[in-house]
Design a protein around this ligand. Structure first.
Ligand code: AMP
Length: 210
């Protein structure tokens, strides 16, 4: 099974991707996580990507396409890729070269104000990779990770001054991508309103129909 999970920053792609990967035994490829790890390890890619990421800008297509080609495996859920039409075209030729096809492209949707709330309240533990939310899923002890005890941080691109323009750019960039997959009949739109559990149920219903 080959799925892409698209949707605005803060919509809950990461949360749902973890669910799908566990349930269907798919590899979860989050381009955002791969990039953050590259930044932490100060690799060549990390150094090139860091400035774009901190400002909430997309990392250039050539870097992203090279990254995805490298990690491409059997059966995956791609979270956060493609984000532009050139990336979608590159993914098409990549799967074709391997004699495969995308099953479905899932687009999670949510109202802008709700996205702002989800993004600005997000806190992450860089080492364990666990993600918390100040209101929706706070850690047991304020400010530290339940698993490792490390201090939680706010991603640079989750700060309010970055979030607003980041969302504006998302809506502009997403629209040709949605059109691209609509034309191929691959896209399914799912509302990301409500709890992770509610979204998970909607997602499962949608996959069953496939
Ligand atoms: P995410 O964790 O998915 O919100 O991604 C965090 C940041 O990583 C984005 O704001 C971009 O700077 C970069 N990024 C992740 N995936 C892509 C992609 N497919 N194309 C370009 N930039 C990306």
């Amino acid at each position: 099974m080959y799925y892409c999970l698209m949707g605005p920053p803060g919509v809950g792609k990461g949360t749902q991707a973890v669910f799908l990967s566990e349930k269907y035994g798919l590899e979860h490829i989050s381009t955002g996580n791969l990039l953050r790890e590259a930044v932490r390890q100060k690799t060549k890619l990390g150094l090139q990507a860091q400035n774009y990421m901190n400002q909430g800008l997309l990392v250039p297509d050539n870097l992203m396409i090279a990254l995805v080609e490298e990690v491409f495996q059997k059966g995956f859920i791609l979270d956060g890729f493609p984000r532009t039409v050139p990336q979608a075209e590159a993914l098409d030729s990549l799967v074709k070269r391997k004699g495969l096809a995308l099953d479905q492209v899932i687009l999670l949707t949510l109202d802008e104000e709700e996205l702002v709330k989800r993004l600005t309240g997000r806190r992450v533990a860089p080492k364990s990779g666990r993600v918390y939310h100040l209101y929706f899923s706070p850690p047991k002890k304020e400010g530290v990770c339940d698993e490792t005890g490390e201090p939680l941080i706010q991603r640079e691109d989750d700060k309010l001054e970055i979030v607003r323009p980041r969302l504006q750019r998302y809506f502009v960039e997403q629209s040709p991508l949605t059109a691209y997959y609509k034309e191929k009949g691959l896209i399914r739109e799912i509302s990301a309103e409500g709890s992770p559990e509610e979204v998970r149920q909607r997602l499962e219903e949608c996959l069953k129909k496939n």
